[in-house]
Design a protein around this ligand. Structure first.
Ligand SMILES: [Zn+2]
Length: 305
């Protein structure tokens, strides 16, 4: 059986924000979602404490290419030029040439980009192993099934370990700090798609995993209950954004209303330091933008149909 070690990369110095995962099996060490380059040294130090260097890694698996999950992949490959990087076919071109990804992230994060995420070095094409869903990856003695799970991102995949029942779901099942019951969707632009997301949640539940592993943050031990609660919250947010777009003349005032409403809910449900932790990780303004874009695309499609 594999040894599974979550690694808290302490994003921006905060614990419990971004978790990479180290999988060791039969002498092979694999990292699922290494995190951004801004936490590369933290990842390096924590691997090194376990006797593993970047040069020892056998593979990197990416659930998707958002900066907080995949940003460090190119930097690690630079140190280990034979390292294979597994990614969905729709995400692959942006790893080879991240310029488009970086310019849209730059529009969202402005001059905080470097502090939050650091560099995003390209991954050479020969390192990429392209996934479309349906594959089974052999990592040492461990086998991981790949399932295409779009909704949060159009190129999102999840990895299912049928031996120990862990489902590595990236951002498909939201933000929930291990051991807590509160959860929060993350719906950043540009790909949010509720119907695809629902189908992805169905696909995860259908595999009856014993545990979910969330990048933000850690294990969730009751996958079916987690996903039911998550689905409710996601749809509630989507309906709220749809309603605010109808009732507010401009997007800025709709965004403000969304951030205030959801922010008040979070502060009502959690003690102050924990509420602020979710708010920092949740980036409500971005979630508004992602859902507002989803609704605009939907209404354009119905007009042109
Ligand atoms: Zn993401």
């Amino acid at each position: 059986m594999a040894r599974v070690t979550p690694i808290d990369v302490r994003w921006t110095g905060r614990p419990r924000s971004i978790a990479a995962c180290l999988l060791e099996s039969d002498g092979q060490a694999t990292i699922i979602d290494p995190g951004p380059t801004s936490t590369l040294e933290s990842l390096r130090a924590q691997l090194s404490a376990r006797g593993i260097s970047f040069g020892d890694l056998s593979a990197i698996l990416l659930t998707h290419i958002h900066l907080d999950h995949a940003g460090a992949a190119g930097s690690i490959v630079r140190e280990n030029p034979r390292l294979p990087v597994y990614v969905h076919t729709r995400g692959a071109p942006h790893l080879v040439d991240p310029s488009k990804l970086l310019s849209s992230a730059g529009r969202l994060y402005g001059n905080l980009m470097q502090f939050l995420y650091g560099d995003f070095l390209p991954v050479p094409e020969q390192n990429l192993r392209i996934l479309s869903g349906g594959e089974t990856l052999a990592l040492g003695a461990q086998k991981l099934d790949v399932v295409y799970t779009p909704g949060h991102a159009s190129h999102h995949v999840s990895f299912f370990d049928s031996t120990d029942g862990i489902a590595y779901v990236g951002d498909t099942a939201g933000i929930r700090i291990e051991g807590e019951s509160f959860l929060l969707p993350a719906t950043p632009p540009p790909d949010i798609h509720l119907e695809l997301w629902d189908a992805s949640l169905d696909a995860i539940v259908a595999r009856r995993p014993a545990k979910l592993f969330l990048t933000h943050f850690g294990f969730s031990d009751e996958p079916a209950a987690h996903i039911a609660a998550y689905r409710d919250c996601l749809h509630r947010w989507s309906a709220l954004v749809g309603e605010l777009l109808r009732t507010h003349a401009d997007e800025a005032s709709g965004a403000k209303a969304f951030v205030e409403t959801v922010g008040a809910e979070i502060r009502g449900a959690l003690p102050s330091p924990e509420a602020e932790h979710y708010l920092f990780n949740g980036a409500l303004e971005l979630s508004w933008r992602g859902l507002a874009r989803y609704w605009r695309k939907k209404s354009e499609a119905s007009v042109s149909a």
